[in-house]
Design a protein around this ligand. Sequence first.
Ligand SMILES: CCCCC/C=C\C/C=C\C/C=C\C/C=C\CCCC(=O)SCCNC(=O)CCNC(=O)[C@H](O)C(C)(C)COP(=O)(O)OP(=O)(O)OC[C@H]1O[C@@H](n2cnc3c(N)ncnc32)[C@H](O)[C@@H]1OP(=O)(O)O
Length: 166
Amino acid sequence: MLPSHYRRCYGCGPDHGAGLRMRLTVGQQASIHAQLEVTDDHQGAPGLAHGGLLACALDEALGTVAWLLGTPAVTARLETEYLTPVPVGSVLHIHARCTGVTGRKISLVAEGRRNGPTGSPAVRATALFLAVDLEHFTTHGRVHDVAQAMADPDFDTIRRAFGINP
Ligand SMILES: CCCCC/C=C\C/C=C\C/C=C\C/C=C\CCCC(=O)SCCNC(=O)CCNC(=O)[C@H](O)C(C)(C)COP(=O)(O)OP(=O)(O)OC[C@H]1O[C@@H](n2cnc3c(N)ncnc32)[C@H](O)[C@@H]1OP(=O)(O)O
């Protein structure tokens, strides 16, 4: 299981009061498994998950795959296909993987399945991430949030990302 890359991240941060609190685990090669429990707070229509929120959950898993490759990266493009509605109370089993790297460009795909990791896909995403350096965050982020993130005792590990399954 990977640690959160930022304690106040909406997708994975343990210190985000209203976030998704996703837990992400490393799969084979450059891939990530994650689960999203769809709750009352995630509705877009009565009893159904909001599509943008599902895209967010896939984005989180996709970004974590890029992080596994040893570099922070940001979403440049994210295309989502919604195949079946996802009711409140479902657990979405997400698998995201890298399909190729060209220079700074990282191509990725993800699927979210209901009723277990081998259930039929409810949502799919194709994404392009761009590898960035730390200055991307220090230049664009709000100053006091950046300072707080850099004061995290785990910051050195976070900025280096991971060399799992190299
Ligand atoms: C200090 C505290 C730091 C704490 C954090 C530290 C580490 C954490 C890092 C990672 C976290 C780990 C896990 C992540 C989990 C979740 C992730 C969520 C991810 C997000 O939620 S993240 C937010 C949304 N995201 C943005 O906020 C991006 C805004 N955006 C930009 O910041 C720029 O736009 C950027 C950087 C994307 C590119 O800008 P740039 O100047 O670097 O690159 P440039 O434009 O030169 O493009 C180079 C080549 O990419 C092609 N290209 C570019 N964009 C394209 C597109 N859209 N479609 C197709 N091709 C595209 C060009 O066509 C060219 O291609 P070619 O080389 O072939 O010509």
